[in-house]
Write a protein of this length. Structure first.
Length: 281
């Protein structure tokens, strides 16, 4: 009986103390919650208004990360990524690696079409003021700056005919330098300056209406090819450049045969068409 009384007394004392202590803890918990809410509110306000040192630091970190992200998307890095992706998609072909000109430092992208049974394909290249993924639907509304095509034929004769090589040694002789002689003549409002280098036949067209001259571009092409090498055609190749400025990527073309396969490069810029072709070596 005595033990039961002592136990009841202890239990009552414990409950009394717990009641007193519990009130304090509840108050502290409530105060702590309010402080947390207040801190949370302050952090939110500070984050939006940059009013505190902590939020200012977070804002600077965010800006820094944004800058880094922007730096990663430079035109040079974008071009490298696009070319690497295309090289992986067409591992059995030597694709051009030089597409952009000094006048088009924009972000490079491309669209691809292919025929799996014969390995034929066509690549269209674009230069835009923002980074666009390869084969993004957005390129459907954009103007290409260049193209690269591989097409197979049933015979070497059919492939050679597709190159449509033009050899014309008529007209006025023009010294193009480096021991190369060109032949110039006019037709239908244009003048044509032709010459040959190995299995390559080359021609530059100029508009007489615009008072254009074919000779300067022809000499520039000859000088460039003294330090750079075009692919060796098997058996024929045709280079067709124009002095007329145009946004059309079909303005200039380089076509060459390798057995039953014909490769075609087109570019809106005459000299870049040459550089693009050289970069396939």
């Amino acid at each position: 009986m005595k033990k039961k009384f002592i136990y009841s007394f202890i239990l009552l004392a414990s409950l009394s103390l717990a009641a007193c202590g519990g009130k304090d803890k509840t108050t502290e918990s409530s105060t702590s919650t309010k402080k947390t809410e207040k801190t949370s509110q302050t952090t939110t306000i500070s984050s939006s208004q940059s009013a505190t040192k902590s939020s200012s630091s977070e804002t600077k970190t965010s800006e820094s990360q944004s800058t880094i992200k922007s730096e990663k998307n430079t035109p040079a890095k974008q071009a490298e990524a696009v070319l690497n992706q295309l090289n992986k998609e067409f591992p059995n072909d030597q694709l051009p690696q030089a597409i952009l000109t000094s006048q088009t430092p924009e972000y490079l992208t491309a669209a691809t079409t292919s025929t799996a049974d014969q390995g034929n394909f066509r690549l269209l290249y674009y230069a835009e003021n923002r980074a666009i993924a390869v084969n993004d639907l957005a390129v459907n509304d954009l103007q290409p700056i260049a193209s690269f095509e591989k097409k197979s034929y049933d015979s070497t004769t059919a492939a050679a005919n597709a190159v449509n090589q033009i050899i014309d040694n008529g007209g006025r002789q023009v010294d193009l330098g480096y021991g190369i002689t060109g032949y110039q003549q006019g037709a239908a409002g244009s003048s044509f300056l032709s010459w040959q280098e190995g299995n390559w036949s080359m021609v530059v067209r100029a508009s007489n209406v615009g008072g254009e001259k074919a000779e300067p571009l022809a000499k520039e092409a000859v000088a460039y090819l003294e330090t750079a090498m075009l692919p060796a055609p098997q058996n024929v190749g045709q280079l067709s450049l124009t002095t007329t400025t145009s946004d059309s990527y079909q303005n200039n073309s380089v076509v060459w045969q390798r057995g039953t396969t014909v490769y075609t490069i087109q570019h809106f810029d005459a000299l870049q068409a040459l550089k693009m072709t050289v970069s396939t070596n």
